[in-house]
Design a protein around this ligand. Structure first.
Ligand code: 2YG
Length: 268
């Protein structure tokens, strides 16, 4: 799992409005709509009576990422919910419960989760990031039903994307450099097909979720006018030139879609 660094996230809070406008231009949906689609339901009219969402900084392992907790908080507030950053670790859990928060988000080096302590729902950031990006691809491409789609990366993010695309009746194909990871995913999602060779698949499929930690895994010459790419992978799996060529047919961010989707995942 990729560990974010301060430079990945320091501008997110200030750019949330403009990022939402960019999503609207590219997909016809705002961040909130994409997140509710990922959670499997339409966006509710009002935010309902949700108690303030607690975001707990966790100091274990490699420790705090500067700005991480407050950026998560700001994304939640941008969606229309109240949210605050607690003290770190167990003090933070105690603070969240004492303040009556029902939804808690926290991340250590191994897992980033949203917890609903009233309903016992848990949403993992990796799976819901994959679902959110697949939902964004669906909107960007005007639907995925009966369309060939390619998911690169059979990790937890790729699994979430493939899961969502199967639910939407896309014809899902997956590639992973580790064949065993692809085969494991097929056991859980039998409708998915494994592709043996990436470069051939990249020339064949135009609807792509790039969910790998590999930079520039998609060569520029595989990109066409009808290529749409949703890329949760960090760093971006395209060259700068490739990203510029795709422009409004590329979705990529470091936290926004994943945080919004996991929150809706525990609210739904
Ligand atoms: O609370 C803190 O500041 C740190 N314990 C956060 C550590 C997060 C580590 N995980 C990652 O950086 C990413 N897996 C988060 C999600 C990336 C976007 N999908």
């Amino acid at each position: 799992m990729t560990r974010l660094c301060k430079t990945d996230i320091y501008q997110i809070s200030a750019k949330l409005e403009s990022y939402d406008a960019e999503l609207l231009r590219k997909t016809g949906c705002r961040l909130k709509d994409i997140a509710w689609q990922a959670a499997g339901r339409s966006c509710p009219a009002a935010c309902g009576e949700v108690s303030p969402v607690a975001v707990i900084p966790i100091t274990s392992g490699k420790g705090i990422i500067a700005g991480f907790a407050k950026t998560v908080r700001d994304i939640i507030i941008h969606l229309g919910y109240r949210s605050y950053v607690t003290e770190s670790d167990v003090c933070g859990w105690a603070e969240a419960v004492a303040k009556g928060s029902e939804i808690i988000l926290a991340a250590d080096d191994y897992k980033f989760a949203a917890l609903n302590i009233r309903t016992s729902k848990v949403a993992d950031n990796a799976r819901f990031t994959g679902r959110g990006y697949a939902a964004a691809l669906e909107s960007m491409a005007g639907g995925v039903s009966a369309k060939d789609t390619l998911v690169i990366g059979a990790g937890q993010v790729g699994y979430g994307a493939a899961e969502y695309l199967v639910e939407k009746r896309a014809h899902v194909h997956i590639f992973d450099t580790e064949k065993s990871k692809g085969l494991d995913l097929l056991k859980r999602l039998p409708a998915v097909k494994l592709v043996p060779e990436l470069n051939k698949a990249l020339r064949e499929y135009k609807l792509i979720v790039e969910a790998t930690p590999s930079p520039a895994i998609i060569p520029d010459d595989c990109l066409a006018e009808d290529t749409f790419i949703a890329a949760p992978g960090i760093p971006l799996g395209l060259s700068k030139r490739g990203a510029e060529y795709l422009q409004d047919r590329l979705i990529h961010d470091a936290l926004e879609i994943g945080v919004a989707s996991m929150l809706c995942g525990v609210l739904s």
